[in-house]
Design a protein around this ligand. Structure first.
Ligand SMILES: Cc1cc2nc3c(=O)[nH]c(=O)nc-3n(C[C@H](O)[C@H](O)[C@H](O)COP(=O)(O)OP(=O)(O)OC[C@H]3O[C@@H](n4cnc5c(N)ncnc54)[C@H](O)[C@@H]3O)c2cc1C
Length: 284
């Protein structure tokens, strides 16, 4: 027998192997998972938080049967956006309640609904979205970043963050992506890895440095549109087949001034301002 056919048959056998009895399996519904959550977590929540969780649970129970697990998670973003569920740390379009605790409750519920959707949502709504809010809270002006924010929060566009570089991993500071000045604009040259949503992203919130010798003093944060010339190659991460994760390339990518979120070392401040709520969100 052809090796490929044998492999496929073996794979099918592995997929069919059941280790949970039917009477247990049929009770493993989202509704029951929420009941367990409510029994354990509601005693620690106030009335506003319980109401918020009940709304989230109604939303999840309605969306659950409509999720097509053969499709990438991105088709579901607009559905999240309609309800202000792309993120809940920051106030956007009067969607309340909001704040870090609400974001953690949102992430917890979406993880129970569809953990891959939660990964893609967090990368777009928080990792790429948060910097748009930080931009204005630090005195940024103009409509350009507001438009990016609205597109990300509504789920109409997809965002990602580019921090991690090849051969750097946990060392988020010592970057080698170089941001050179070109008048008011910046030119990025470098590579990022593990860019969640990268192959599908419209926006890359990516960090670079003017000098690799002084990353803290020269770090830059910019919102880079795909069409500025970003290239990606999809990495094969088997555990999340419905989320696209990239090796990202900036080859002479020119970024106009209005897309530069923080320059001349302020990028370093924003990196760590972002990492704290981002990592809290990721624990889900
Ligand atoms: C699925 C996935 C999605 C991701 N999405 C993104 C994304 O969207 N954007 C992005 O920028 N990055 C992303 N990352 C990158 C992620 O943040 C890095 O994987 C992480 O920073 C660790 O880097 P590394 O995997 O290369 O591990 P390494 O840095 O090689 O670490 C390997 C091991 O060494 C340990 N270690 C490292 N340094 C130290 C130290 N100084 N002291 C003690 N122990 C240490 C680590 O804890 C770990 O156990 C993603 C990664 C994955 C796997």
């Amino acid at each position: 027998m052809d090796n490929n056919i044998r492999n496929r048959e073996n794979k099918a056998k592995i997929m069919q192997e059941k280790i949970i009895d039917d009477q247990i399996h049929e009770k493993m519904t989202l509704e029951n998972v929420f009941k367990i959550f409510n029994d354990n977590v509601f005693p620690m929540l106030n009335e506003e938080e319980k109401d918020y969780c009940n709304q989230l649970q109604d939303f999840c129970l309605e969306l659950n049967p409509k999720i097509d697990k053969s499709k990438d998670v991105y088709v579901l973003f607009p559905e999240l956006g309609k309800h202000g569920y792309m993120q809940r740390i920051n106030l956007w379009n009067d969607f309340k309640p909001y704040g870090m605790k609400k974001e953690i409750l949102l992430g917890t519920h979406l993880s129970m609904l569809d953990s891959q959707l939660e990964l893609g949502r967090l990368a777009s709504g928080i990792l790429c979205g948060n910097p748009t809010f930080h931009y204005y809270s630090h005195g940024g002006t103009g409509d350009t970043i507001q438009k990016v924010q609205d597109e990300l929060m509504s789920g109409q566009k997809i965002g990602c963050i580019g921090i991690t570089e090849p051969n750097r991993g946990s060392d988020a500071v010592n970057m080698t992506t170089i941001a050179s000045k070109d008048g008011d604009a910046l030119i990025y040259n470098g590579e990022k890895v593990y860019t969640t949503n990268g192959p599908k992203a419209d926006y890359f919130c990516a960090y670079g440095v003017h000098s690799a010798e002084d990353p803290r003093g020269t770090m830059v944060q910019a919102m880079i549109k795909k069409e500025f010339g970003v290239e990606t190659k999809r990495l094969k991460i088997n555990s999340v087949p419905r989320v696209h994760i990239a090796h990202t390339f900036f080859n002479d990518v020119k970024i106009p001034r209005e897309y530069i979120l923080a320059d001349n070392g302020q990028g370093y401040v924003r990196l760590f301002e972002g990492l704290v709520p981002e990592r809290l969100g990721i624990v889900n």
